[in-house]
Write a protein that binds this ligand. Sequence first.
Ligand SMILES: [Zn+2]
Length: 471
Amino acid sequence: MRFVIEGGHGPDTPGKRTPDGSMREFHFNSAVARYVRDGLMQYEGVEVLFTHADDRDVPLKERTDKANAWKADAFVSIHANAFGNNWNEANGIETFVYTTRPAAAVKLAEAVQRALIRATGRRDRGVKAGDLHVLRETKMTAILIECGFMTNREEAELLKSDEYRRKCAATIVQAIAEVYGLKKAGSATTGTPIAGQSQATVEQAQEWARQKKATQAFIDLASVYWRVGAELGIRPEIGYTQAAKETGFGRFGGVVSRDFHNWCGLKTTKGGSNTDPLAHARFLNDEEGVRAHLQHLALYAGVEVKGEIVDPRHFPSVRGTAKTVESLGGKWAPAADYGKAITELLAGLLTTKVSTPPVDKSVEKVNIQINGIRIPAQGDLRNGVSVLPVGAVSEALGVTLEWVPETKQVRVNGKDLTATIEAGVAYAPARELAAALDLQVEWDGPTKTVLLKNQCVCINKKTGYRRDEKT
Ligand SMILES: [Zn+2]
């Protein structure tokens, strides 16, 4: 939804001030316009354009041409009223629509007028029709609000106060939001937060990119996003999916080419047209481009960036205005569903499965318990099979280990074991060793312990290892 919010007149427009010169109308108009813009930007899919300027009185034709070219949905002009040039009793609030009284404009004007009267308690002068340039020459719904009389002492004091300006602005915003059914942009509790820890791995991101036939450069870029994202406290997968959308998975093809190292279509500080390559930022390398991108996301998310700012558009006015991916729509990019498009990509990335190669578990140690007592020696878990040091286990049980050099065979209780020798220590699979020793064998996963138990109650006099009576 596109709204032109206009502060009427300019800073030096003749007349257009309180009789005592203590306030110029533009100061009220532009302040309220700014508050209205800030208020509207809290809603989903809203764009706001100013047609006034702080340094000149923009001619009326220029204002309406600009609004028409931008194809605004509504035009809201903000003014303070005057009756003559001297102090007098005229007072109250009124809102204008064009003389033909277009239904949509009347609806908006009535909502704004009613809300302002309720909020301020000023006199209701009603919705009026007027042949005013900005109402006549605009092609969209247009209203002009007169928020009180500069020529009335009481209202002049109100118009000068920041409190009254904010009150008018908040009321206008609320009325606009109601008429157009605007929804508050997602707070941190609804929607997909931009700030935070990554919820996907680099490998997942790369696999996702691969499946999407991304360029190799784009696939390689994942690790940069993940590293810088962790540093800034911004979820890298959001930057990465946005980069996928902006560059067509690294294929570029728009006005920004690969050599810009600009993965999110960031413009220069000066900005300019979407179709002008010179309006887009160039970065030294991908690292800097990614950093600028994630810094810009941090800005929207309201996350303070420490260290050097390489984002050319790190404007304070944007800070914290889009804390969720969904709310980027209408802010980062004009399309209201821009955020939704990214969340769809994100859902794909987050659900991408990575085929994990079998993990080499040879280094994993397992504990050994014999009849409830843990022995100092440890075994290994090799490809899911526990192997135990034959000598240590045999010794704990008072059993002699035999070594047959001819066959390089380890033998216990007269039974040959398929043992492997490592650093002079013979290891045999736990089950095989247990069978040779006539022990039961169990595996306790949580403590990674091989439990060896005697089949009968018997005590080894030499070591004292015995069956625990309670088990
Ligand atoms: Zn005015």
